[in-house]
Ligand binder design. Structure first.
Ligand code: MJT
Ligand code: ZN
Length: 261
């Protein structure tokens, strides 16, 4: 089916189960992280982020978010360690945000929402041949989640926020070369991890989530730049892209592990 789901009244998260029954599965994402119920797991090794030889290609508006795509190269940017048994290669990163700064993240921490959440999507290139194959495998994907809160301007993010005007409409793409995503990670890499899913249809339960505890700071102006994006195509009525987040889903007995005590 074409993109017949969205974030509106009648095509939003509460109706996704009609087209995607897995929406009511037992390892869905996002979740509310209740810090008092997280388990320190001393067997979790530090996360190794090797983003040195990155090569970003483009930035695009896919009608539900704005994403920066990376070349699919053997020696591309990877993450390993932590809860991961293999090396996972960066495919793209994208954002979720609200129509005001007090909401917009997908994961929540003790019920707290953040202005936005950055997702860096990686696939298990050690075990699978293609992203397409990995996207439906239970150990196929690893997504890093970074919370964004408003404060001072994020220097590294300006290259992205200043490019947003070039991808205003659904289906638009623009060149975006040499963007090193390492600058978007928080200083402190303490994280929570749990087994989950894509937070958008097809909602495959194939994601090892790694959510950093420390948010990064972005300015209110930078958040406004995300809100000028459109869900709609050039010829359609203007629908501002905002509130493109799925609310927290039941844990169904899953434990959220903490990398720190
Ligand atoms: N929110 S999300 O990270 O689940 C997600 C993906 C996750 C894994 C693989 C591909 C994904 C593509 C997405 C595209 C737009 C929004 C979320 C997306
Ligand atoms: Zn996402």
């Amino acid at each position: 089916a074409s993109h017949c789901w969205g974030y509106g009244e009648d095509d939003g998260p509460s109706s996704w189960h009609k087209g995607y029954p897995i929406a009511q599965g037992n390892r869905q994402s996002p979740v509310n992280i209740i810090t008092a119920e997280t388990m320190y797991d001393s067997s979790l090794s530090p996360l190794i982020v090797s983003y040195e030889n990155y090569s970003s290609i483009s930035i695009s508006n896919n009608g539900c978010s704005v994403a920066v795509e990376y070349a699919d190269a053997e020696q591309g940017p990877v993450i390993e360690g932590g809860p991961l048994g293999d090396a996972y290669r960066l495919k793209q990163f994208h954002f979720h945000w609200g129509h005001k700064d007090c909401q917009g993240s997908e994961h929540t921490v003790d019920g707290r929402t953040y202005a936005s959440e950055l997702h860096l999507v990686h696939w298990n290139a050690s075990k699978y041949q293609t992203f397409r194959e990995a996207v439906a495998a239970p150990d196929g994907l690893a997504v890093l989640g970074v919370f964004l809160e408003t404060g001072k301007e994020h220097q590294g993010l300006t290259k992205i926020t200043d490019a947003l005007s070039m991808v205003k409409f659904k289906g638009s793409t623009a060149d975006l070369k040499d963007f090193n995503p390492k600058c978007l990670l928080p200083r402190n890499l303490n994280y929570w991890t749990y087994p989950g899913s894509l937070t958008t249809p097809p909602l495959h339960e194939s994601v090892t989530w790694i959510v950093f505890e420390e948010p990064i700071e972005v300015s209110k102006r930078q958040m406004e730049q995300f809100r000028m994006l459109l869900f709609s195509e050039e010829k359609e009525d203007e629908k501002f892209m905002e509130n493109n987040f799925r609310p927290p889903q039941p844990l169904n007995g899953r434990k959220v592990c903490a990398s720190y005590n």
